[in-house]
Write a protein that binds this ligand. Structure first.
Ligand SMILES: [Zn+2]
Length: 203
C-alpha cells in the first residue's frame, strides 16, 4: 500500500505554473519560477501558490492575484508620473552600483540624491559648463554620475534627464506586471478541473 505521506501525484502551481509533487495534496513551498514564461523578475521570495491546491484542481488564487497586479500597475503608473513631473528640487534619481564585499556580490540600485552642481570653465576661458556629482550614501565621498551624463548647462535639465531614465525603468516594470496579468487572465479563462499528474516510477 502506498505511503500516505508520500506524494503520489504532481500538479502545477496556480500562480507560477511550476510542476511539483503534492505532499498532503498541496503545492510544496517554492520560489517564483515564471522566468521561462516572461520576464517577471519582480518576484522574490516564496510563491504565494505554496501550500495551496494545484491549478489542476483550483483557480481560486487567480482573481485576487489579478486584482493585486491591477493595483500594482496603477501605483507604478502614478509613481512614473511623479518621477516625470517638473523638477522643483535639486535632486534626481541615480542608478548606482553598490560594491560587493567578501560576503555578497555587488548590485545596482536606484537612489534619489541631492545633486551637487560645480561650475567649470575651460582653461582658456572660452566656454563653461556645470559638473554634476552626488554624495555616497554614507556622505563620505563625492560620486560621479555615469560618464558622459555628468555635465550640462543647468541643473533642472540635468535632473529631468536623469529622472527620465528612472521613468524608463518603471515603464519596464509596468510592462512586466501587465504581461503577468494577461497570463493570469488567460489562465483563469482556460481553467477547468483536470486530473493530477501521476508520479512516474522511481520519481
Ligand atoms: Zn508558484
Amino acid at each position: 500500500m502506498a505511503n500516505k505521506n508520500k506524494a503520489s501525484f504532481k500538479g502545477h502551481c496556480q500562480l507560477c505554473d511550476r510542476l511539483q509533487m503534492l505532499p498532503g495534496g498541496k503545492m510544496a513551498k517554492h520560489g517564483y519560477t515564471v522566468a521561462n514564461r516572461g520576464n517577471w523578475g519582480f518576484f522574490n521570495g516564496t510563491c504565494a501558490g505554496s501550500d495551496e491546491l494545484p491549478y489542476e484542481q483550483s483557480a481560486a488564487l487567480l482573481p485576487p492575484m489579478i486584482a493585486e497586479q491591477t493595483r500594482v500597475i496603477a501605483n507604478l503608473e502614478k509613481w512614473r508620473e511623479e518621477v516625470l513631473s517638473p523638477v522643483v528640487e535639486q535632486k534626481c534619481w541615480v542608478h548606482e552600483y553598490v560594491r560587493g564585499s567578501y560576503h555578497r556580490s555587488g548590485y545596482y540600485r536606484w537612489r534619489y540624491v541631492d545633486v551637487i552642481a560645480t561650475p567649470r570653465t575651460s582653461q582658456d576661458g572660452s566656454y563653461s559648463w556645470i559638473l554634476f556629482t552626488y554624495k555616497s550614501e554614507d556622505g563620505k565621498t563625492e560620486e560621479h554620475f555615469s560618464a558622459g551624463s555628468d555635465t550640462g548647462k543647468d541643473v533642472v535639465t540635468f535632473c529631468a534627464k536623469m529622472n527620465a531614465k528612472k521613468a524608463d525603468d518603471i515603464s519596464r516594470n509596468i510592462k512586466n506586471h501587465n504581461e503577468y496579468k494577461v497570463w493570469l487572465e488567460k489562465r483563469l479563462a482556460n481553467f477547468k478541473v483536470t486530473d493530477l499528474i501521476p508520479r512516474k516510477e522511481g520519481e
